[in-house]
Design a binder for this molecule. Structure first.
Ligand code: DX5
Ligand code: ZN
Length: 224
């Protein structure tokens, strides 16, 4: 099943509740929350208080994408604030197995993320303990960047490995997902689609979410 995860990074933070509600009405399944620390990525965004506030405006799962150094320090805090899904970057974790188990111990769905320059093979020892793998299709740090097509082979590869090894993780894609790229990522195997600028950048988030989801669902019907 295809799920849409609007990223609030491109929302109007002064009207965050209203914008998130509109995206939910447009069919969003999950709300994607980009947490950046100014070290792991060259940008700063939001912390646990905003996650706590978001918890009050939607019952949808909150998908917290941690683009931070030392994620172990903050996983408990984000879980307490109301995160339902937490993902960490392979590149930020020296003890990735331990960090993924820490997320699990807080009762959250557990995700691992790879940057565009990181191969799928770096995840081979953790694929059996994650609930989802997030393939970055832009270099993390900013919304509204151009989709990097060469990342798509990693979605296909993850789908192949999953069936070969009988695993059950889901495949998420993040970065540059919009009406002109959504069919390709879905055909490549992506199932959870993060979209920031395409939902919140211009116009009505409800209508934008609906169109994106429609295009994704149509592409899934002809997926080979
Ligand atoms: C980038 C973030 C993304 C970002 C996607 O570092 O992880 O979630 O918001 O934004 P768009 O969809 O605008 O590329
Ligand atoms: Zn993200």
């Amino acid at each position: 099943m295809i799920e849409l995860a609007p990223s609030i990074l491109s929302a109007d933070f002064a009207r965050l509740g209203e914008q998130v509600r509109a995206a939910c009405q447009g069919g969003a399944h999950v709300i994607h929350v980009d947490i950046m620390d100014g070290h792991f990525v060259p940008n700063l965004t939001i912390g646990p208080p905003v996650v706590k506030s978001l918890r009050k405006v939607t019952e949808l799962p909150l998908d917290c994408h941690l683009m931070i150094d030392n994620p172990d320090e903050f996983i408990p805090v984000f879980a307490d604030a109301g995160a339902n899904w937490i993902s960490v970057h392979q590149e930020a974790c020296l003890h990735l197995n331990r960090t993924l188990h820490l997320i699990k111990s807080h009762g959250c769905l557990t995700g691992v993320v790879i940057n565009p320059a990181t191969p799928v093979e770096t995840l081979s020892e953790v694929l059996d303990i994650v609930d989802y793998v997030l393939v970055m299709s832009v270099n993390p740090g900013f919304g509204a960047q151009k989709f990097i097509p060469s990342t798509m082979h990693k979605m296909r590869r993850l789908a192949d490995i999953r069936s070969q090894r009988g695993l059950s993780y889901r495949i998420e894609v993040d970065g540059g997902v919009a009406l002109d790229t959504v069919a390709d990522v879905v055909r490549a195997g992506a199932e959870i689609l993060v979209a920031g600028n395409a939902v919140f950048g211009n116009g009505d988030p409800k209508k934008n979410a609906e169109s994106l989801l429609r295009a994704a669902t149509e592409a899934a019907l002809v997926r080979i």
